[in-house]
Write a protein that binds this ligand. Structure first.
Ligand SMILES: [Fe+2]
Ligand SMILES: [Fe+2]
Ligand SMILES: [Fe+2]
Ligand SMILES: [Fe+2]
Length: 434
């Protein structure tokens, strides 16, 4: 794409700088949002990624495998959609551990840069079973071990004492649950005090971020867009009610961007922002997303937090500052009555106002747990009212209403494609559901 330089400043030192989107930073943000769904999960992915990486170093893993351990550790539980499933996995031995592992695999397997990593995630709860687990990649056994250490140890007051005290407990599961070589690597790490202090450190995020030079893990623009689609599936496929949402918003925002004369270089970027706009919903329990009745006050607050978390996740990523704003301001209103910032029309970027219109339009044309999709005439009326009351940008709404039939029909086509993808996803993962 010729306009990639819009978000990619030229860098001198290839080793230390990233020409595209820094993958590790992006995945770190994603992992943090996934763990925000409950306090008890705080930094779970971060700890697993760090420990798996250190174990991989002791095992002499090559660079590619260490990368898979790091990114795999950060994403290993992304297939656990419900809060119940996430909390279940906090028990040392729990029911049906393979469902979320397989869902994670299905979400990631078609994304080229993550192909080997998807297989690692698929097997991350397979026990060693005296060698019968050798069909799984060794990386999976490493993540499995790091995961179980992370849920047993708190790494708070006395990390060195805690881990040494727990050693006999972990040993008692070798070789039924844990790979003997992984356990041996763990024993070697026991004398490395810094590893356990790192795990207890409030700077763990920065430590993990520094494990790989940024230039080593970079997404070019095509892979960035493909990764955004993976994230959109991760956000949308948590519930049948949202299965087509991000794809619809991305399409509508790009079309409105074209019609309102955004520079060509921004068309794919606003599309990406549409795919990412509800990323923060990963921090909202699926039980709230799917609640059929009205939400309580507290549930509404939790739901609204997603716009902030989209911002928190994306805003500091190098080369993504504008996209982060366009994505996270989709619930802002021109009259200042939106959230999470309460910005006014003058303070909002034009692209953010486009995103807000696209989001409302698509939401109205979708089924919700508490109401069916609205008819085109009703959608027109609501959009018109919101523009008249100063909530939505009147010029953008006028453009949408001028091209309503075309955008409505094309958006439906895009969403029908998403319905098919969602059906295939459900079909593929259903066999692991109890
Ligand atoms: Fe897991
Ligand atoms: Fe886990
Ligand atoms: Fe939203
Ligand atoms: Fe949305």
């Amino acid at each position: 794409m010729e306009d990639w330089n819009v978000i990619c400043p030229t860098q001198e030192n290839e080793e230390d700088s990233c020409y595209g989107i820094p993958l590790l930073g992006f995945v770190l943000c994603l992992a943090e949002v996934v763990d925000l769904v409950n306090r008890r999960l705080f930094e779970h992915h971060l700890k697993v990624a760090y420990l798996a990486f250190r174990l991989g170093e002791v095992l002499g893993f090559p660079e590619q495998s260490l990368r898979d351990l790091l990114i795999g550790g950060l994403l290993h539980d992304i297939g656990a959609f419900s809060l119940l499933e996430r909390l279940d996995a906090l028990h040392f031995e729990f029911r049906n551990p393979h469902h979320h592992a397989f869902v994670g695999y299905v979400l990631l397997k078609d994304f080229g840069p993550f192909a080997s990593l998807a297989e690692v995630i698929r097997c991350h709860h397979l026990p060693w079973e005296e060698g019968r687990g050798r069909t799984a990649p060794l990386e999976s056994h490493v993540i499995h071990f790091a995961d179980r250490v992370s849920i047993v140890c708190s790494f708070q007051e006395d990390p060195l004492g805690e881990i040494r005290e727990r050693e006999p407990f972990f040993r008692s599961f070798v070789p039924r649950l844990f790979h003997p070589e992984v356990f041996e690597a763990f024993r070697k790490l026991l004398s490395k005090d810094y590893v356990w202090f790192d795990l207890a450190s409030p700077r763990l995020r920065h430590i993990v971020h520094g494990l790989v030079p940024p230039g080593k893990l970079c997404l070019n623009v095509e892979d960035f867009l493909r990764f955004c689609r993976v994230i959109a599936h991760l956000v949308d496929f948590r519930s049948a009610f949202t299965a087509t949402h991000s794809a619809g918003v991305a399409y509508t925002a790009r079309r409105l961007g074209e019609l309102t004369g955004l520079p060509r270089g921004e068309h794919e970027l606003i599309f990406a922002a549409g795919l990412l706009h509800d990323l923060g919903k990963i921090a909202v329990p699926v039980e709230i997303l799917e609640k059929p009745g009205p939400l309580t006050e507290k549930e509404i607050r939790v739901m609204k937090s997603h716009a902030y978390y989209t911002f928190a996740a994306l805003s500091w990523i190098q080369n993504l500052k504008d996209v982060a704003l366009w994505a996270s301001e989709h619930h802002e209103r021109c009259n200042g009555q939106g959230y999470p910032f309460g910005r006014t029309r003058e303070e909002l970027l034009f692209e953010s106002r486009v995103m807000a219109v696209a989001d409302v339009f698509v939401a109205l044309s979708e089924d919700r747990p508490y109401r069916p999709a609205l008819r085109p005439q009703r959608i027109r009326e609501i959009l018109g009212d919101m523009a008249n009351l100063g909530g939505l940008d009147a010029d953008v709404v006028a453009m949408l209403l001028d091209h309503f039939d075309e955008i409505h029909a094309s958006c439906r086509e895009v969403q029908e494609q998403s319905v098919l993808e969602y059906a295939a996803f459900r079909q593929e993962t259903i066999r692991f559901t109890e």
